[in-house]
Write a protein that binds this ligand. Structure first.
Ligand SMILES: Cc1ncc(COP(=O)(O)O)c(C=O)c1O
Length: 510
């Protein structure tokens, strides 16, 4: 054990200020600082309370108070008949500093299991964005539960049937499964019976359950490139072979997928509104994807996350409607109602109904029954359809306003991607501009934009930004576009340098 210091002269204790009072607390903070900075090392013994009291000119009572506090927090420990020391188990890296505060976050003993490491990476990837202008996936206040929802909720929750004391069917409440089957048949040309509807805790869970059920260890799977981070995260946490398939203006290139990975067992796609780029999958590609699934005895998971929100013409009918035997169709209430509700649905071929029910029971038994009854009543009484009509019109106005603001305020080298659905727009940036850097600068300016290049498999795809318009007033969208325009103009030299580099290269080649 290190020798006791004869004179106790730690820099962090030099700043004790009697005029500020609370000397015990000041002393405790000074000692935390000394441990975090390494001035006091694990196992190092501290002078006695008497010696400290004399050298610091602080009462012994204060010293005892500070020592007791730090022992309770795990910084210090008592040694049998030898006073007090810095806890031997404590490593300097366990002590985390934020501003003037210190916190002990013990390092896990031993190495983290590979699976825990993969899920830690997912936690970062799926962290919700701050609700600041241009954040995606923030429904409008108009989409939040309104008075009808609240009244209905109170009425339904008051009945015993809505909240029975036992578990319910993991596949969901029958009334809701019926209402959803009706809704998707009408709105999305999905072909199903209520028995094929499995209530999920949102599409994210639908993606997770589908991957668990359809893929075994080492199996191959196709996903789009670029892809929704939620599916990349699900598959990235599993022991499967992921093939990222290029997306062009017609959606996933199925022929290329067949060449790259002929033995895939499943494909995860966003055919109505490719995430993040926004184009629908062409009929030709849909048919060749279904042909592949039939020939390969494989499955297609259709993530239909926002097709109710289409602003020009009718929504593209679902892929499932073309061949219900091969497709798992996933829908959600997150966009048309609100995402904290955590209700979505999987519509699965008959052969998979029991498997989805079993998997749901294993993961979390079922979604809360009261919420399911409230939603079933909301849908049965026609409120959902009215609500969708209302928010579609509110979103359409916001979308038009954001498009005009982009045209007015963003530099002309920032190009808007055509799309007519959903709650976000995509703006492409020219070569030389780093979208990740733009998004971190934007965050400092109080704007949230998601960079597109990291959504590509290489992590370095085409640079662009996703701009959400759903959750913000027209004035807030205009202000944010103006600020983003200013921020982007600071990147103009990079655009010029990159263009000059390209034309010099072309000149040499001539
Ligand atoms: C493409 C896509 N799929 C799935 C989801 C997840 O939706 P849920 O909230 O239902 O889990 C989202 C959410 O933004 C999404 O954008």
């Amino acid at each position: 054990m290190p020798r006791l210091r004869s004179s106790f002269s730690l820099p962090s204790l030099k700043s004790l200020d009697r005029s500020l009072g609370r000397m015990g607390q000041q002393l405790a903070q000074g000692l935390r600082h000394a441990i975090a900075s390494g001035a006091l090392r694990p196992g190092e013994r501290l002078p006695s309370t008497r010696t400290l009291s004399e050298s610091l000119g602080v009462s012994r009572g204060m010293i005892v108070e500070a020592f007791d506090q730090l022992k309770a927090e795990g910084y210090l420990e008592s040694l049998p008949r030898a006073g007090t020391a810095v806890a031997r188990e404590l490593h300097r890296s366990d002590v985390e500093r934020t501003g003037n505060d210190f916190k002990i976050t013990p390092r896990p003993k031993g190495r983290l299991p590979a699976s825990a490491k993969r899920f830690s990476a997912v936690e970062q990837m799926l962290r919700p964005q701050a609700g600041l202008p241009l954040a995606i996936a923030h429904p409008a206040d108009a989409a939040a539960p309104d008075e009808t929802w609240r009244r209905l909720g109170n009425r339904v929750r008051a009945t015993r049937a809505a909240a029975p004391s036992g578990y319910i069917d993991p596949r969901g409440v029958p009334e809701l499964r019926e209402a959803i089957a009706d809704h998707v048949r009408r709105a999305r040309a999905v072909r199903c019976t209520p028995e094929q509807v499995i209530i999920t805790a949102g599409t994210q869970q639908g993606l997770f359950l589908s991957a668990q059920l359809l893929l075994g260890r080492g199996d191959a799977v196709w996903i789009e490139d670029p892809a929704y981070p939620g599916i990349s995260a699900v598959l990235g946490a599993m022991d499967v072979r992921v093939t990222h398939v290029r997306v062009d203006q017609n959606g996933m290139d199925v022929e290329e997928a067949r060449d790259l990975c002929p033995d895939a067992r499943a494909a995860f796609v966003t055919p109505s509104h490719q995430y993040p780029l926004g184009m629908p999958m062409s009929m030709g590609r849909r048919l060749s994807l279904l042909r592949w699934a039939e020939e390969a005895d494989a499955w297609i998971v259709e993530d239909d996350y926002d097709s109710e929100l289409r602003y020009a013409g009718h929504p593209f009918p679902s892929l499932q409607g073309l061949d219900p035997s091969r497709v798992i169709y996933l829908g959600t209430m997150s966009k048309v109602l609100f995402s904290s509700m955590r209700i979505g649905y999987a519509i699965v071929p008959d052969a998979l109904v029991a498997a989805f029910g079993g998997a749901r029971a294993v993961v979390d038994r079922h979604s809360p029954s009261a919420d399911q009854h409230v939603l079933a009543a909301f849908m049965k009484e026609g409120h959902l359809e009215a609500h969708i009509r209302r928010i579609r019109s509110a979103y359409s106005e916001r979308r038009n306003a954001l498009m005009s603001a982009i045209a007015a305020y963003l530099p002309d080298w920032a190009r808007l991607q055509p799309s007519d659905q959903g709650m976000h727009l995509v703006v492409w940036l020219p070569k030389g501009v780093n979208d990740v850097k733009v998004s971190s600068d934007a965050r400092e300016a109080g704007i949230v934009v998601r960079p597109i290049s990291p959504l590509y498999a290489s992590g370095k795809g085409r640079a662009g930004l996703m701009l959400g318009f759903g959750g913000f007033s027209i004035a807030a969208l205009e202000r944010a576009a103006k600020d983003l325009g200013q921020l982007l103009r600071k990147h103009a030299p990079e655009v010029r340098r990159s263009a000059a580099g390209r034309s010099a290269k072309a000149g040499k080649a001539r």
